[in-house]
Design a protein around this ligand. Structure first.
Ligand code: KG4
Ligand code: ZN
Length: 327
């Protein structure tokens, strides 16, 4: 079955055609980076206006002459105005083509991106590290998740973006911090990710971010010191994620580690996992780590097989409501 995927949760307008949940026939992503760069983060009203301008051209480019059997759309979590544009487009196409549509959870799709088209040994530890989310879950099978831990404050991608602003780097900050950190020595500064009292599996990055802020404010930093600050921050944030994931995988008897979300692009993170993990660590294919519609179409295929399509009154999800059972 050919599935059309639509993604508009934040600052990417994307559309993809995927066969049977795994074979990607097209994957078009219109990023709004240029629009938000001057604000150092996403400006919601401008994001929505750009989605409106972009969604039809993106659909035309991604679809070509394809005839699809299902429309899958990211229903949230995300910016409500942005979600409504994707959802209403999917509903309109569903009516016009007399084709079923299904709403897909965006963060679950980030987990699916690492599994797409692969044989995975379950139970697996899934980690989503993006600009809006940071959590670990035990995946028993596709669609069955047990929440292990999540961030108590900032998402790790958000911390990268904020530190990038402090260092005078461009938005989105993650790739810029990674690039700067390549020529830095992480040992020149001592930064540490936070610890959440009595919740050992949760994450905390806001203290780390403030640590960087105060260091930049209170010590005489020259331009040539900035790579060291970037490297020390990156090492603290990524080291914390890798260490916690490996401990959780062992404690919850997982056979594989799956990593999704924008921060999973980071080459230093991949090297750290490679170096330290005795379990297979699976990353999304290129183009599937950051927001995209292929992961939405891919997961949508399975959600539809399991529970059928959604009704036209489907509402956007503002907060994350993936069904997680607590361990
Ligand atoms: O998954 P994503 O596209 O959007 C959300 O769902 O949030 O993730 C975007 C986030 C941004 O915070 C961006 O700075 C971060 O992923 N990111 C990175 C890298 N590439 C993107 N962070 C660290 N290193 C990277 N190479
Ligand atoms: Zn995302």
């Amino acid at each position: 079955m050919l599935v059309l995927g639509i993604e508009t949760t934040c600052d990417e307008t994307a559309c993809a055609i995927v066969r049977d949940g795994q074979e990607i026939l097209s994957n078009v992503i219109a990023s709004q980076t240029d629009l938000h760069a001057q604000y150092g983060g996403v400006f919601p009203e401008l994001a929505c206006r750009r989605h409106i301008d972009t969604i039809i051209p993106v659909l035309k480019e991604g679809m070509g002459q394809s005839k699809v059997g299902l429309i899958a759309v990211a229903k949230g979590p995300g910016l409500v105005g942005a979600l409504l544009i994707g959802l209403n487009t999917a509903k309109a196409l569903s009516l016009a083509w007399d084709c079923p549509f299904v709403g897909v959870n965006h963060v679950e799709a980030h987990l699916y991106a690492a599994m797409m088209g692969k044989e995975i040994d379950f139970p697996a530890l899934g980690i989503v590290i993006s600009g809006g989310h940071t959590f670990m879950a035990r995946i028993l099978e596709l669609g069955v998740y047990e929440m292990i831990g999540k961030t108590a404050d900032d998402a790790v991608g958000e911390a990268f973006d904020k530190v990038a602003v402090m260092l005078g780097l461009s938005y989105p900050g993650g790739p810029a911090v990674e690039m700067l950190a390549r020529s830095g020595d992480p040992k020149r500064y001592t930064f540490k990710a936070g610890h959440v009292k009595e919740r050992p599996w949760d994450f905390s990055f806001s203290g780390l971010k403030t640590n960087v802020l105060y260091t930049l404010r209170d010590t005489p930093i020259q331009e040539e010191d900035k790579p060291h600050v970037a490297a020390a921050f990156q090492e603290a944030a990524l080291g914390n994620i890798v260490e916690k994931s490996l401990k959780a995988a062992e404690a919850f008897e997982c056979k594989t580690i799956l990593v999704g979300g924008g921060v999973s692009c980071n080459q230093r993170l991949r090297a750290l996992f490679q170096e330290k993990s005795s379990l297979p660590v699976v990353f999304p294919a290129p183009g599937l780590s950051t927001d995209n519609a292929a992961m939405i179409a891919g997961l949508g295929y399975h959600v539809y097989q399991r529970q059928g399509g959604d009704r036209l009154d489907l509402e956007p999800l503002i907060t994350n409501r993936v069904k997680f059972t607590s361990l």
